[in-house]
Design a protein around this ligand. Structure first.
Ligand code: FAD
Length: 403
């Protein structure tokens, strides 16, 4: 049976794209490797930018914690916090969050087939074809590769090398620790609405402690080339968290993972086909945040395919609008994150303590997390608001020098 669009992978990127394609009247097939709900290693922090794309509509039982702030613990022991009175995100368990997005796509008309690994994909001037492990083939006018960081579609279409380039991807380890509600409260100093980002010994970018209702999601990640001896580093990190918080952490299962990267430095489009989300490499190179980018790229891909379909066009040129949309939306964020990331925690160590406690800094962080501005808009926003905020900033600087 022929489809207008086949989407490979029912993560946030694929499910948003499948939903939007189906909503626009395109005959859409969404293929997922595992039986849904499927497990996914992830801190599970979904920034409000991502939630906006589904109109903020998410069943309450999927929300583990509502998030209002970020706390950075620096190597010298300093703590920088940005707390907002607006919601900046939520934490979720990815199996249930992703299932919700996949069902949302199928409720809108996309045909969802899970437990069906795609083993090959090809495009020609006639059609796009995917092949399942059981030999079944499906044909469509367009193909969306949303199959994550180990994307088969990207490799089958020669958009990525067969072997992973460790200089371009991140690597890490994480685990969910059951600590009960009391444990979460104790570990977060009674405020489980803040995401904590911490330094990790050695040349590792960062670690995190994200509160859920009864669990703490704890992990470390960094550039693939630097992530040697992952397991001892992870164990040392979570044991430090245990010591610092006084909450006993019983390790059940460590999960190793790759993180996507360098999405804008690569080609993500061929005739009839587009890569989205982690398959394209759209992950913030500093923080490893990728859910909102995956969702946004899914939305972009669906809109570009709708236009191409209306014009009966399948060529790379018409689909390349997708590259432009992603570049305009993500490039400033990724460039800044790369700069801070490449210079290591040292740049963050210089900037963050100076921003601690400033109302303006918290407001800017809130606007970025909510998608009201991008990183590129930060200087202008600061400049615009500075006259109003200057007296308070001077007062704070003077106060901090006197005390
Ligand atoms: C440990 C860790 C922590 C993270 N924490 C955060 C966080 O807190 N916040 C955040 O925003 N981002 C986080 N990220 C990044 C985030 O998880 C990804 O950016 C996001 O999941 C990308 O969504 P996606 O839909 O592109 O890919 P995925 O979510 O990976 O979905 C891809 C889907 O494709 C399916 N698939 C794969 N191969 C095939 C195949 N051959 N055939 C059919 N289906 C296939 C997979 O089973 C999967 O369901 C984290 C990543 C990791 C690894």
């Amino acid at each position: 049976m022929a489809y207008d669009v086949i989407v490979v992978g029912a993560g946030p990127a694929g499910s948003i794209a499948a939903h939007d394609c189906a909503k626009q009247g395109l005959k859409t097939l969404l293929l997922e490797k595992y039986r849904i709900p499927r497990e996914k290693p992830c801190g599970g922090a979904v920034m409000y930018r991502g939630l906006r794309l589904i109109g903020g509509k998410i069943p309450r039982n999927l929300v583990e914690q509502r998030i209002f702030g970020l706390r950075f613990l620096l190597p010298d022991g300093q703590v920088t916090e940005f707390i907002s009175d607006k919601l900046i995100g939520i934490t979720v368990f990815r199996d249930r969050f992703d299932e919700f997005l996949a069902r949302r796509a199928s409720d809108t008309g996309a045909e969802l087939i899970d437990n069906s690994p795609v083993v090959d994909a090809s495009v020609s001037s006639d059609s796009a074809i995917v092949k399942l492990a059981n030999g079944t083939e499906f044909k469509a006018s367009y193909l969306l590769g949303a199959d994550g960081v180990n994307s088969i579609v990207s490799r089958a279409l020669n958009l990525r090398p067969k072997r992973k380039d460790l200089t371009k991807v991140g690597l890490g380890m994480e685990a969910d620790f059951y600590v009960g509600e009391k444990g979460v409260s104790k570990a977060t100093g009674g405020n489980p609405t803040v995401l904590e980002v911490c330094p990790v010994e050695g040349r590792v970018s960062y670690g995190w402690v994200f509160p859920k209702k009864e669990h703490l999601a704890i992990g470390i990640a960094g550039a693939g080339v630097h992530m040697k001896a992952l397991r001892p580093r992870f164990d040392s990190f979570y044991k430090q968290v245990e010591k610092r918080t006084g909450v006993r952490l019983n390790l059940e299962k460590r999960r190793t993972f790759f993180l996507g990267g360098d999405g804008l430095g690569n080609k993500n489009v061929t005739q009839r086909s587009i890569l989205i989300g982690d398959a394209a490499g759209f992950v913030d190179p500093l923080m490893g945040e990728g859910i909102a980018y995956a969702m946004k790229s899914g939305e972009f891909a669906a809109s570009v395919i709708r236009k191409a379909h209306d014009k009966n066009r399948y060529d790379e040129e018409i689909l390349s609008e997708y590259q432009d949309l992603c570049f305009n939306e993500f490039s400033a964020n990724f460039a800044l994150a790369t700069r801070v990331g490449v210079n290591g925690p040292s740049l963050a160590e210089i900037i963050l303590p100076r921003a601690n406690g400033h109302k303006l800094a918290s407001e800017i962080m809130t606007m970025v997390a909510r998608g009201e501005i991008g990183y590129a808009d930060i200087p202008y926003t600061v400049f615009k608001r500075l006259p109003r905020e200057l007296p308070a900033i001077i007062k704070q600087v003077v106060h901090s020098h006197l005390t």
